[in-house]
Design a protein around this ligand. Structure first.
Ligand SMILES: Cc1cc2nc3c(=O)[nH]c(=O)nc-3n(C[C@H](O)[C@H](O)[C@H](O)COP(=O)(O)OP(=O)(O)OC[C@H]3O[C@@H](n4cnc5c(N)ncnc54)[C@H](O)[C@@H]3O)c2cc1C
Length: 385
């Protein structure tokens, strides 16, 4: 039988995340958003109540839960704020390459501390010269005996400012066509030659710090290379196949917040002597957001369960990211429309939703890249009709 009936444990986790968003995030997040500041106190609370790193295996001190549980949590957190949702969940993107390709030494050294105290690990792939074009990155790692020497820059790296550790992708070969020219390394922030720039000013996602990193002759021991030399591209692609459903859930959470504000306002605001919710054109807007939330959530659940069952499906993962990000942008735009002129004022919550939503169509692979992955894979027979 097909159903998404949650277990009591899953319901409890979902409720805990919802309560956290309602009681801890929503009342204070606008202050951090205005100051463009990361709410460390909220991250600490989220860590303390067990809403971070839930997929870390028990062997490394974690809860050993699945992506499905992570998705249930982040949907609720992102209904509170997608910036804090991004920053407390990006460890999942950072530690995934270690789960995929790490050896016991690496897992022990870098995963265990994440479950012991609040700490952050960033995923450092993008550069000013290459975001979508992963194979085009220019950062280099040159082998010298038992070390690699890393040189180059990374850009737009979530949490780099507050992280202790980075998973860094760099070129170890010259032939980009081979897709074997990239390797992945675990790099510690306090090593000589690592420099993180202060967080950048952004259109939205202002509660999540995004920074550039410079690597100048950084000496990385060979035991910090993930997998074999040349495995980097595959590690990055496998990581995205696992991480993208969570972005779908971020979008569903944000869209849910937009729907909640839209319902409240449509029932309250009067025009032409009646509540605007009585107008069928407004009802259509509400219906469309509801449809988008339901469909994006279903794909997100399906994609994450496939991963938990050991059958990650990049088509489904990209569909989840695409559907979730699209409904987030659409729902927040609609919420502003329903609010009318008030929606355009930054004192109302819907304008923050709109500026936050846009990033979901950009990071972890743009909308166009998801479409290319889906279209190309389906045309090559990878979709079961
Ligand atoms: C707030 C924020 C946080 C981020 N966090 C991280 C992080 O933690 N780690 C990290 O590594 N990166 C991170 N990124 C970077 C992000 O993943 C990239 O910005 C994204 O992948 C797009 O790359 P780009 O900016 O170089 O755009 P480009 O790749 O230059 O794309 C520009 C435009 O061209 C389109 N395009 C490109 N190639 C194709 C194609 N083949 N077909 C059709 N259209 C195409 C794109 O869709 C886009 O519209 C973050 C970005 C932001 C904004």
């Amino acid at each position: 039988m097909v159903n998404f009936k949650l277990t009591d444990e899953q319901k409890a986790l979902q409720n805990k995340a919802k309560k956290f968003a309602e009681e801890e995030i929503i009342p204070i997040i606008h202050k951090y958003d205005e100051k463009e500041e990361f709410p460390m106190e909220l991250a600490q609370k989220a860590f303390d109540v067990g809403l971070m790193n839930v997929r870390l295996p028990k062997k490394y001190g974690g809860k050993g839960l699945g992506l499905f549980e992570e998705v249930l949590i982040v949907e609720e957190i992102c209904a509170g704020c997608v910036g804090i949702g991004t920053s407390i969940n990006v460890n999942s993107l950072g530690f995934e390459p270690i789960l995929i390709a790490g050896d016991e030494y690496q897992k022990d050294r870098y995963l265990k501390p994440l479950s012991k105290k609040l700490s952050f690990i960033s995923f450092a792939l993008s550069e000013t010269v290459a975001g979508s074009d992963v194979a085009g990155i220019q950062c280099t790692a040159e082998r010298k005996g038992n070390y690699y020497i890393i040189n180059g820059n990374k850009f737009w790296i979530t949490n780099a400012w507050i992280a202790d550790t980075f998973v860094v992708f760099a070129k170890t070969g010259k032939d980009r066509k081979s897709k074997k020219h990239l390797s992945a390394f675990i790099v510690e922030k306090n090593w000589d030659g690592v420099k993180v720039a202060p967080p950048m000013k952004k259109l939205g996602l202002r509660t999540s710090p995004t920074s550039a990193i410079n690597f100048k002759n950084v000496k990385v021991p060979i035991e910090n290379r993930l997998g074999k030399e040349g495995d980097g591209f595959q590690i990055a692609m496998k990581t995205f196949a696992v991480s993208r459903p969570a972005i779908g859930a971020f979008g569903v959470g944000l869209a849910k917040a937009a729907l909640k504000y839209s319902i409240e306002y449509a029932n309250k605001r009067k025009a032409f002597t009646i509540s605007i919710g009585n107008f069928q054109l407004i009802q259509r807007l509400i219906a469309r957001i509801t449809l988008g939330i339901e469909t994006a959530r279903l794909i997100t659940y399906k994609a994450s369960l496939a991963i938990d069952e050991g059958n990650p499906d990049p088509i489904l993962s990209s569909c989840a990211k695409l559907a979730g990000s699209e409904i987030a942008v659409e729902a927040s735009k609609t919420a502003i429309q329903i609010y009318g002129g008030r929606g355009y004022l930054s004192m109302n919550p819907v304008s923050k939703l709109y500026s936050d939503a846009k990033v979901l169509e950009i990071y972890e692979g743009t909308t166009q890249i998801q479409e290319v992955i889906i279209g190309n894979s389906v045309l090559n027979g990878l979709y079961k009709l």
